[in-house]
Design a protein. Structure first.
Length: 66
């Protein structure tokens, strides 16, 4: 039986933290029709992070880049 009380160790690095400037560029790319998974790959983040920016869960106050 597995021991679930011992924390797992992962070799994966945590996802990057996006800046407000990057979020503005991401919002512009979303407006232009770029695929979320391609944007995520460019920034080395999970596509869920890009989706959160798109829906306003993150960086809601940031306007798209000009």
């Amino acid at each position: 039986m597995a021991d679930y009380t011992t924390p797992r160790r992962s070799n994966r690095a945590p996802s990057r933290i996006l800046t407000p400037r990057e979020a503005a560029i991401i919002k512009k790319r979303i407006q232009l029709g770029d695929f979320l998974n391609r944007i995520a790959a460019d920034y080395d983040v999970n596509p869920g992070r890009i989706s959160e920016i798109k829906t306003g869960k993150r960086f809601a106050e940031v306007l798209p880049a000009a």
